[in-house]
Design a protein around this ligand. Structure first.
Ligand code: ZN
Length: 131
């Protein structure tokens, strides 16, 4: 199958993002002596106070490589999304995003389908009770 130039471009972009994120993996984001690298997103530690952790809290976020637990695809988890996850969604600092985008979409569709079936079931039951 021939890829369109758009797909090739996206794939190249993805590969370079992965490479960059891998190079950043060795940075200790808690280390007070380290200057945040280019592209880092500064953490608001007040927003991380919900974490009951003995480990340290990050001072900043950098793009990070995560491996999907369903399909083992490597994906970049952007610094901005990490900030959102930990500080806005109040995710636990010890949890990582573990599903890639494709699997998350599938998971979402699966849940919606399950809910739809459940609601149909309830509607049928309700019809029966009425008659
Ligand atoms: Zn996946």
């Amino acid at each position: 199958m021939k890829m369109t130039s758009e797909e090739t471009k996206n794939r190249r972009l993805r590969e370079s993002q992965l490479k960059r994120a891998k190079a950043l993996a060795s940075i200790d984001t808690c280390d007070p002596d380290i200057d945040p690298p280019a592209g880092a997103v500064i953490a608001d530690r007040g927003e991380l106070a919900h974490n009951n952790t003995y480990g340290c809290l990050p001072r900043f976020y950098v793009d990070k490589v995560v491996v999907c637990r369903q399909c083992s695809t490597e994906e970049v988890w952007p610094a901005t999304r990490q900030k959102w996850w930990y500080e806005v969604a109040k995710g636990n600092i010890n949890t990582d995003a573990v599903l890639c985008r494709a699997c998350r979409e599938k998971e979402k569709a699966r849940k919606e389908e399950a809910r739809r079936i459940h609601q149909n079931g309830l509607a049928k039951k309700y019809d029966k009770d009425e008659t």
